[in-house]
Design a protein around this ligand. Structure first.
Ligand SMILES: C[S@@+](CC[C@H](N)C(=O)[O-])C[C@H]1O[C@@H](n2cnc3c(N)ncnc32)[C@H](O)[C@@H]1O
Length: 223
């Protein structure tokens, strides 16, 4: 079973190579997915945004650069990832566990989490914790991997489980992290299952936007 300690060790070891590995292994599509997320966020006109599992800060920095009026706080439990986020220009960070955030109730208009929810030990409890820190009518945006539908699933699984770990090991020396990535994508709720999970956590108006034929998805919901 994957523990928070394994996740912490994995991202600590990967931190230095995380950004470049992401862009190469996804052939740059992760940049397009975050850009799409940014369009969704811009329509909400937030004042205060919390980016949970911010890692090296890719999404938080994109918001900071494109929507300069928004106060952005990045939260992560892995200090080597956060240190890189700060070096790259993310001014406000908090080193904390997403499951128990040292943040006041109802203190953000928008909470984002990109490629992070999948790594948390209890999705439902995490979503309830996210809802706690959002203001009434606040927005949640989850960007994460899902699986494509239909025939595309066969070559995608071949890439995910049999090619990606070897490429990633060569690039990062952390092939086991990418074996874990494939396993975590398989067991992560997707589509209607995620929409139900959001509703069970007390969110309303859940939506699903598949990206690149379903390889990734943006889910949104309101408090
Ligand atoms: C795949 S990275 C995503 C980073 C960034 N959001 C992005 O889009 O590139 C996952 C991040 O989740 C963080 N993380 C995992 N479990 C966490 C937890 N329980 N609390 C806070 N951060 C966590 C890891 O440290 C890592 O930085």
């Amino acid at each position: 079973m994957v523990t928070p300690q394994f996740v912490h060790e994995t991202f600590s070891a990967l931190a230095e190579r995380y950004v470049i590995a992401n862009h190469l292994l996804s052939l740059g599509t992760d940049i397009l997915w975050r850009a799409r997320a940014l369009q969704v966020i811009a329509d909400w006109h937030p004042a205060d945004l919390l980016d949970v599992a911010t890692g090296t800060g890719d999404l938080a920095l994109a918001v900071h650069q494109e929507l300069s009026d928004v106060h952005v706080l990045g939260l992560d439990f892995c200090e080597p990832m956060l240190a890189l986020a700060r070096q790259r220009g993310l001014a406000h960070t908090v080193h904390a566990d997403a499951m128990h955030m040292p943040l006041e109730d109802a203190s953000f208009d928008v909470l984002t989490i990109a490629f992070g929810l999948r790594n948390l030990p209890d999705y439902a409890a995490a979503l309830r914790e996210f809802r706690r820190v959002l203001r009434p009518r606040g927005h949640l945006l989850v960007l994460d991997f899902s699986l494509p539908n239909g025939i595309a699933l066969i070559p995608y699984r071949l890439y995910l489980h049999h090619i990606l770990p070897y490429l990633a090991d060569w690039l990062t020396g952390q092939g086991s992290a990418y074996t874990y990535l494939g396993q975590s994508i398989e067991q992560f709720p997707r589509g209607t299952a995620m929409l139900h999970l959001l509703q069970e956590a007390g969110f309303v108006i859940p939506t699903h936007l598949p990206l690149c034929g379903g390889i990734a998805s943006i889910y949104t919901a309101e408090v």
